[in-house]
Design a protein around this ligand. Structure first.
Ligand code: FAD
Length: 507
């Protein structure tokens, strides 16, 4: 073997894998990140510190997507900074349910049964509230739940309204099998977001001789010779450069990783030739199934100045429940929004936001050019499946019933969609097709799969099929989408792949 393990993209998984893989000192690791590295000090810009609001402009890639075929393009935020999307996100730290991972095992990916994944969650979590067999206590990522005394008025009223409709109370959204209403588990402490960079690339980790971090360095493609990795082509302050190595791990996220694959000649043959690149290995699964959680909401106007403030955290609580007939523990999420968080402004409105945890539909990514600066066409195709829309309409109607309960009704009056729209299923259906948006959880764009699966881009340890020395380790790998926000599940993937690198399981 020659050269370091080159990790492409210092986001959630890139930071965690870099930390684990460099732990023993046996393996040299070079982490390449397109965005800035502010270092391990406390001098982070305010937007990256503020865990009560997403950062969607200053450290963003500027992608846009079509939520549905009927909609204009909406912003599609992705973090561009060391820490990646974990540095800009809402800090909701939900694991999903055991059945989400057993579903992967049932596809033939036996490494990913819940039984095998649980120790990996526990390894990186530092749960500040629970200390038992289910929760991690000694990991680097602190997680806690807002106790009721911290809930702002809109969040407290939401919990009361859910209880009034008979939903059970839930004090821990990460206990396997739990459901109902209660505090969100979140990776922020005293309002400050703890990103993967902050958690996993501490001063002590950065001091390792086995780890080098190069920020503001963008990877164009992987260089292959006879289907073997021989290096990467990067663009940094010194222009175009080649870094030689025989091992590359892509963790550039579910939108950028497929682009790097295609520019390297790996993907559906037609898609590779369309961008003017010579095909190397035909991998039909690259970019063909973009998975995400569709989100939709009702909006309300506060009745008087006071129940909401711009300083209120966006979200503190959640209701997780099963959709009718799904058989799932909780495939639906409903959350009160204490404000409406847009890329450049917060609107002084409140909302009840719903998300579909197990949508049937999926989108597609299309790259039109091999130019590093060209953005892909992101067709999310949310709620285009009829069953998905039926569940979404039910959720909208539940949101309205909640808004009509006295604790919420006393704080805010209904604004959008109009009552007449919600009175009629077909009008609600039409409205959400025009008004839904992404939950910002893209995944599944370079999925792992068992031998014989034509869409499997990698094997179950993230080794790209048909190429020696190339690996994937980010949210692109997910074969199906977990039922809850995916950050924790993404980190769990990173933990396992990082351990395999550390322990020699990938050489
Ligand atoms: C606004 C927002 C809110 C969210 N809220 C939540 C939430 O509350 N809870 C939750 O569970 N999930 C949330 N998510 C989703 C979650 O943060 C992501 O799913 C997760 O961080 C993805 O991890 P990743 O490692 O796959 O990719 P990322 O963390 O996106 O990392 C990819 C990294 O690769 C870098 N990169 C890209 N291209 C290149 C290149 N060519 N060369 C070098 N580097 C490159 C990027 O700059 C980035 O640092 C949110 C996401 C966003 C954007």
């Amino acid at each position: 073997m020659s050269g370091p393990l080159v990790i492409v993209g210092g986001g959630s998984t890139g930071c965690l894998i870099a930390s684990r893989a460099s732990e023993s000192g046996r393996l040299g690791v070079l982490l390449l990140e397109a965005g800035r590295d502010y270092g391990p000090s406390a001098a982070l810009p305010g937007d990256l510190q503020d865990g009560g609001r997403n950062s969607m402009v200053r450290h963003d890639w500027g992608y846009r997507h079509h939520p549905t075929t009927q909609q204009i393009r909406f912003p599609f935020p992705r973090g561009r900074v060391l820490g990646g999307s974990s540095a800009v996100n809402t800090c909701i730290a939900l694991r999903g349910q055991p059945e989400d991972f057993d579903e992967w095992a049932a596809l033939g990916l036996l490494e990913w049964s819940w039984e095998r994944c649980l120790p990996a969650f526990r390894a990186f979590e530092r749960d500040l509230d629970f200390d038992d067999d289910w929760h991690g206590r000694d990991g680097e990522l602190p997680m806690r739940r807002h106790p009721p005394e911290e809930w702002v008025a809109w969040q407290a009223a939401f919990v009361e309204a859910c209880r009034a409709l008979g939903f059970p109370a839930c004090d821990d959204s990460n206990r396997p099998g739990s459901h109902g209403v209660g505090p969100h588990t979140m990776n922020k402490v005293d309002g400050r977001r703890v990103s993967a960079a902050e958690a996993f690339l501490s001063e002590r980790v950065r001091a390792r001789e086995s780890l080098t971090i190069r920020s503001e360095t963008r990877v164009r493609r992987v260089i292959l010779r006879d289907r073997r990795v021989v290096g990467v082509e990067v663009e940094g302050s010194g222009g175009l450069e080649r870094i030689e190595t025989d091992r590359v791990l892509l963790t550039a996220g579910a939108i950028a990783t497929p682009g790097i694959l295609l520019r390297s000649g790996l993907g559906p043959r037609d898609d590779v030739t369309r961008i003017g690149v010579d095909p190397v290995v035909n991998l039909p699964g690259v970019g063909r199934r973009l998975l995400d959680h569709p989100g939709f909401a009702i909006f309300l106007r506060p009745r008087f100045f006071g129940p909401t403030s711009r300083r209120d955290p966006l979200i503190q609580t959640v209701l997780r429940y099963p959709s009718a007939g799904s058989g799932h523990t909780c495939d639906m999420l409903l959350q009160p929004g204490s404000k409406v968080n847009l890329p450049r402004v917060d609107l002084p409105l409140v909302s009840l936001m719903a998300a579909l945890g197990k949508p049937r539909g999926h989108g597609v990514l299309r790259f039109e050019s091999a130019d590093l600066r060209a953005r892909p066409r992101i067709e999310s195709r949310l709620l285009e499946d009829e069953d998905d829309r039926a569940r979404a309409v039910d959720a909208m109607h539940l949101a309205r019933r909640l808004a009509q309960q006295p604790p919420l009704r006393k704080l805010a009056s209904h604004l959008l969609p109009r009552a007449a729209v919600l009175d009629d299923r077909s009008r609600t259906d039409a409205w959400i097709r025009k008004a839904c948006d992404s939950g910002y959880h893209p995944c599944g764009t370079a999925p792992m799969g068992p031998d014989g699966d034509p869409n499997a881009v990698t094997d179950q340890r993230g080794r790209v099929r048909g190429v020696e020395g190339l690996h994937i380790g980010d949210a692109s790998l997910m074969p199906t989408i977990p039922s809850a926000n995916i950050h924790l599940a993404t980190l769990m993937i990173g933990q396992r792949i990082g351990e395999w690198w550390r322990d020699g399981g990938l050489e």
